[in-house]
Design a protein around this ligand. Structure first.
Ligand code: HEC
Ligand code: HEC
Ligand code: HEC
Ligand code: HEC
Ligand code: HEC
Ligand code: HEC
Ligand code: HEC
Ligand code: HEC
Ligand code: HEC
Ligand code: HEC
Length: 288
């Protein structure tokens, strides 16, 4: 017998891994191999093969997902006596997978994907994944575009994050398994961590902060996917962007445009002078 007790126990398996079924109902992977040789052959390189070694050499690999197989084997392969993912509901699928993966994907059950009945298997394939890394059904971004046709045009705009070009992924900003933030963002856009992990220079802290950068967040001025405007700005004209909040006669929290700005100056880009629009350590007016 193997040394199950000595086998390393990765975090993924510390949850409610042990199925409720009677241990005597498990037959071991070698048994499955005798009739499902094709699947077994491909499985040795699957990350899930690690499960076998985690149980000494008892090899409960197949049954860790498909459930105890004794009845299925004794009936010579009665398909109703084994858990079939292809016949299961999204909820049943997710429950199965989460018996081991709940630890790392604890937010899945409050994600927009779960709410919309998108299951693990809409994105992952176990036996024949198209992309071996992370066992994905297709590689990003086509995996995501398969359903999110509406966002595809964003990334063909004249200015866009280089997702289609392959230098970054949807999952650099989103966690498809859900987060505590809206839109499955890895961290809130208004806290900016999702953006400033790459754009550190905009993060500050600055002696003189431009409040909307922290309060409304990057997306108050930038379109995160793509934009017809340079610098991914939400407006084609920088001045009209600034004038959303800074108006000549001011009733709002943002200061009005000072009288020292003559009309002509309004037709010059505000950023010609206010160059440090994200914040500055030297100028209260973000001039340098
Ligand atoms: C005695 C031979 C035999 C053994 C041993 C065996 N199976 Fe099967 N299995 C079959 C047959 C026959 C089918 C039906 C094949 C079909 O319909 O294509 C089947 C079907 C299945 C299916 C459903 C396939 C589908 O089309 O949905 C799964 C899942 C499955 N087996 C898993 C297992 C697992 C896991 C083990 C080990 C615990 C195992 N089998 C052991 C013969 C066997
Ligand atoms: C991590 C969970 C997991 C493990 C471990 C696993 N399977 Fe599967 N199995 C699935 C899923 C999910 C499907 C549905 C098709 C897919 O995603 O590849 C499936 C489908 C099948 C099918 C149906 C064939 C088909 O393509 O529809 C058979 C037969 C099968 N598995 C046998 C096995 C055997 C034998 C083992 C052990 C060598 C095994 N499975 C290990 C999750 C698993
Ligand atoms: C019996 C426990 C168990 C079950 C059930 C299980 N997994 Fe896993 N899964 C693991 C282990 C263990 C690993 C390997 C972890 C590692 O490499 O550190 C893993 C790895 C993975 C990976 C990572 C692959 C990579 O390259 O990063 C994916 C994706 C995955 N599982 C998806 C699924 C899906 C989808 C299901 C349901 C069909 C499922 N798992 C069911 C235990 C399980
Ligand atoms: C909407 C698509 C989608 C759904 C639904 C989904 N995943 Fe994933 N999963 C991904 C992508 C994409 C990655 C790769 C992430 C990356 O590159 O950072 C991934 C990675 C993983 C990994 C590797 C560890 C990690 O976090 O990078 C595991 C394990 C995993 N998924 C399990 C699951 C399980 C279990 C479910 C269902 C409860 C599930 N996934 C549902 C798309 C999805
Ligand atoms: C640079 C970071 C970033 C990348 C890369 C990214 N997103 Fe987003 N995405 C965001 C932000 C931020 C929002 C929230 C926008 C808002 O609330 O105004 C968002 C919103 C969304 C939404 C919600 C609907 C909408 O348009 O507001 C979907 C769906 C979405 N993204 C899908 C994707 C897909 C699919 C990819 C890859 C093809 C992707 N995103 C790549 C940052 C990103
Ligand atoms: C099988 C279809 C499907 C796939 C594949 C898919 N999604 Fe989704 N996604 C949905 C549905 C359905 C919703 C919920 C309705 C909506 O917001 O459009 C959703 C919602 C979202 C949202 C909005 C979250 C929110 O809280 O409003 C984001 C962001 C997102 N998906 C990103 C991704 C990314 C990134 C990928 C690829 C890794 C991906 N999706 C793959 C179907 C899918
Ligand atoms: C994974 C790293 C990464 C993340 C996360 C990221 N970006 Fe980017 N961003 C880039 C890269 C790379 C470029 C292209 C730089 C270039 O072409 O010179 C870019 C370009 C930009 C540009 C245009 C810069 C220019 O000089 O034209 C803006 C604006 C921008 N990103 C804003 C954001 C915002 C807002 C977020 C969060 C929603 C974000 N980025 C998240 C990597 C990232
Ligand atoms: C108040 C509006 C506003 C907010 C909020 C804002 N930006 Fe900008 N950003 C701009 C403007 C305007 C430019 C163009 C500056 C220029 O052309 O000189 C710019 C330029 C950029 C650039 C191009 C390089 C540079 O520094 O000029 C990046 C990258 C960028 N912003 C990222 C971000 C990130 C990340 C956030 C959130 C932390 C953010 N921006 C918040 C208005 C804003
Ligand atoms: C989303 C609203 C918003 C946008 C867009 C915006 N600002 Fe601001 N701005 C503010 C707020 C709020 C303050 C801080 C007001 C205060 O501290 O009383 C501020 C402060 C300033 C200050 C410093 C004023 C002082 O007295 O300390 C300058 C200069 C400034 N903004 C310039 C710009 C420029 C240039 C743009 C366009 C690139 C712009 N702002 C876009 C909201 C905005
Ligand atoms: C020619 C350079 C220049 C241009 C262009 C310019 N500014 Fe200014 N701005 C300044 C200077 C210098 C100050 C410092 C206060 C002063 O001298 O009146 C200032 C101050 C400000 C203040 C702070 C007012 C206060 O009293 O707190 C705001 C808000 C502001 N500018 C917004 C804008 C906006 C919005 C635009 C574009 C429509 C713009 N500026 C264009 C040079 C400029």
């Amino acid at each position: 017998m193997g040394h199950a007790k000595d086998a390393p126990k990765p975090q993924a398996l510390t949850a409610t891994h042990t199925p409720a079924a009677n241990p005597a109902d498990f037959v071991g992977s070698e048994m499955c191999d005798t009739c499902h040789a094709d699947i077994a052959k491909g499985f040795s390189s699957n990350p899930h093969s690690k499960i076998a070694s985690m149980h000494g050499d008892n090899g409960t690999t197949c049954e860790g997902c498909h459930g105890a197989g004794k009845a299925h084997v004794e009936s010579g392969g009665d398909v109703t006596k084994i858990f079939r993912f292809t016949k299961a509901t999204p909820k049943q699928i997710d429950e199965k997978c989460l018996t081991c993966h709940l630890g790392e994907h604890a937010s899945f059950e409050r994600s927009a994907h779960d709410e919309a009945n998108v299951s693990c298997l809409n994105c992952h394939g176990i036996h024949k994944p198209e992309e071996k890394a992370h066992l994905l059904k297709a590689s990003q971004p086509s995996l995501c575009y398969g359903c999110h046709t509406d966002v595809k045009p964003d990334f063909s705009m004249p200015f866009h994050h280089q997702v289609d070009e392959g230098s970054m992924s949807c999952s650099d900003c989103h966690n498809p398994h859900g987060t505590f933030e809206k839109k499955g963002l890895k961290s809130a856009a208004h806290q900016d961590a999702v953006c400033v992990k790459c754009h550190t220079e905009t993060a500050g802290p600055f002696v003189f902060e431009h409040p909307p950068v922290k309060t409304e967040g990057c997306t108050s001025c930038h379109s995160p996917h793509g934009s017809p405007n340079p610098r991914l700005l939400t407006r084609s004209n920088v001045n009209s962007l600034c004038l959303q909040c800074h108006i000549v006669s001011d009733n709002f929290s943002a200061p009005g445009i000072p009288t020292s700005h003559n009309q002509a100056a309004q037709y010059q880009a505000c950023t010609v002078c206010h160059t440090q629009v994200h914040g500055s350590n030297a100028s209260v007016f973000f001039l340098k």
